[in-house]
Design a binder for this molecule. Structure first.
Ligand SMILES: Cc1cc2nc3c(=O)[nH]c(=O)nc-3n(C[C@H](O)[C@H](O)[C@H](O)COP(=O)(O)OP(=O)(O)OC[C@H]3O[C@@H](n4cnc5c(N)ncnc54)[C@H](O)[C@@H]3O)c2cc1C
Length: 484
């Protein structure tokens, strides 16, 4: 009897999902195999749509695709991968609120992606990241919260910090994020009577001489001009010294006070992959041969952002979705070929082009040898990613969101996912209580007093109103303090 081969795929990003889909399509006539996909999320995230999910143009759920309806013959397990043992050929997984257990494999596919690089700048933990759906939802909530606080903040320095957004980095993610955030904050400002759109400051700090290094001079100049015209201050050759809570320290002692600091400094491989006993490149990515097999291992394969895959000149392919997706097709084919005892195919791919949206109907793109910019690039960008999204039901939802956004402004409802439990929110709430509850003289502020001075009511009366019972312990304020 033929014992089915156990193929275990780790990660449900472009690499993992398309490997599983490829195996489903190609498995006919192949000796029996059992495919298991393990990931911490039960959905596939379309990362290029994350910017719009973060600004309310797209309903966040529409930037992702549920995994289970995608597969017929693949077993999906939602769990955190917590260990891999090459010797025993087992993966340890830990489902949420459950005990760990092991899954045995004959072939293991590493598609665990990367994480935002936090070791380049000291204090990076004080910044937000923009990599996952939770990051996008959190950032959007956070920006709206800053506007809500700015609307009632009377201290000019604190108000300026609430309305300052700093993006650290100038690559593709930073550029697209700046474009989308600019649009979002301009629309937000119109809804807050005490927030002037001119007071909203958006800074992009890039250590290299250019932003958008993925493009040539003409396109990156266009991107820089477009963003600058819309009020994004771009500083190149500016190396951030340190990030602290609420501030960014630059060389020569300059400090930017900001409540919203977003790290867009590129990705490093998943720490789990970086810790495995595999041959790795300087960045910690698993080195593979051109057939996507990890060097020196017959049963371990890797692709996507956690792998270093050589192109025909020996240089690694860039960590991009368009590559991960094509690598997945070749990897699935090679797994099938291994089981059939056939020779393996090398992965060879020529970049078809790069597109970036700059928000507000503008974009840039290089498709083959053609440069496109402005509305055309934005339209090509949208059409391309719409059709990259698996399943028509998701495409339709995205299309409807886009159509609605043509006529209505961004949705500014905060999604209260974390409640008061999120540590950052808890910290904010504490700070806000301590700092904002009282005016400069230590008394409660009077909202109706335009200059934010203390309440005109005597202190004991305010105490009565606040706790609803009255308190004999609160001493009356001196007469000169209550007559503003
Ligand atoms: C905001 C943003 C925009 C982008 N835009 C573009 C673009 O326009 N064009 C383009 O080509 N590329 C783009 N990229 C890059 C692209 O998203 C990546 O190259 C691509 O996602 C890599 O695919 P992957 O499968 O290797 O990793 P990922 O897509 O990162 O998937 C990794 C998977 O592993 C799971 N995982 C990780 N660790 C564990 C664990 N311990 N246990 C269980 N599961 C785990 C994750 O949850 C995830 O499902 C963008 C990236 C970002 C962040």
């Amino acid at each position: 009897m033929h014992v089915p081969k156990r193929i275990v795929i780790l990660g449900s990003g472009f690499g993992g999902v398309y490997t599983a889909l490829g195996l489903e399509q190609k498995r006919d006539g192949t000796p029996a195999m059992r495919v298991t996909l393990v990931s911490r999320n039960n959905y596939f995230l379309m990362t290029p749509l994350l910017f719009e999910a973060g600004s309310g143009v797209l309903e966040p759920r529409h930037a992702v695709n549920p995994l289970r309806p995608l597969f017929r013959n693949t077993r999906f397990i939602e769990a955190e991968v917590t260990g891999i043992d090459f010797g025993c050929k087992v993966v340890t997984v830990t489902p949420a609120d459950s005990e760990s257990y092991i899954i045995r494999y004959d072939h293991l596919v590493l598609a665990l992606g990367g994480v935002t690089a936090t070791d380049l700048i000291p204090g990076s933990d004080n910044a937000l990241t923009f990599k996952t759906l939770a990051d996008a939802i959190f950032l959007r909530n956070h920006v709206i919260q800053c506007f809500e606080r700015a609307d009632v903040e009377r201290n000019p320095q604190r108000k300026a910090a609430l309305l300052t957004i700093v993006i650290v980095g100038g690559g593709l993610v930073a550029v697209e994020l700046a474009g989308e955030l600019r649009e979002f904050t301009s629309n937000l400002a119109k809804l807050y009577p005490r927030v002037n759109a001119h007071d909203v400051r958006l800074e992009m700090l890039e250590a290299r001489p250019h932003i958008a290094p993925e493009f040539d001079d003409e396109l990156r100049d266009y991107a820089a001009r477009t963003l600058s015209r819309r009020g994004v201050r771009i500083r190149t050759e500016t190396r951030v010294n340190r990030i602290e809570e609420g501030r960014v320290r630059l060389p020569e002692g300059e400090v930017i006070e900001s409540e919203t600091i977003v790290l867009a400094t590129g990705v490093v491989p998943n720490p789990l992959v970086a810790s495995l006993p595999l041959e790795k490149d300087k960045k910690g990515r698993a080195l593979t041969d051109p057939t996507l097999r990890c060097r020196g291992r017959k049963d371990i394969w890797a692709l996507g952002d956690c792998a270093s895959i050589p192109d025909p000149d020996g240089k690694p392919y860039p960590p991009l979705a368009q590559h991960a997706l094509r690598e997945a097709h070749v990897l699935a084919e090679n797994l099938i070929r291994t089981m059939r005892g056939h020779g393996l195919l090398p992965f060879v791919y020529e970049n078809k082009g790069t597109l970036a949206a700059l928000g507000h109907f503008k974009g840039i793109g290089k498709v083959k040898n053609f440069r496109i910019k402005g509305f055309l690039a934005w339209w090509v960008w949208r059409s391309y990613y719409l059709f990259q999204m698996p399943r028509w039901d998701r495409r339709l939802r995205v299309l409807i969101d886009w159509s609605v956004s043509l006529f209505f402004k961004n949705d500014i409802v905060q999604l209260d996912l974390f409640g008061a439990e999120h540590p950052r929110l808890r910290r904010q709430a504490r700070g806000a209580q301590e700092e904002c509850a009282r005016g400069p003289d230590g008394r409660p502020r009077d909202e109706s007093a335009e200059d934010g001075r203390a309440a005109s009511a005597p202190r004991e009366l305010v105490a009565h109103q606040e706790d609803g019972r009255g308190s004999a312990a609160v001493s009356p304020a001196p007469a000169e303090h209550v007559s503003h």
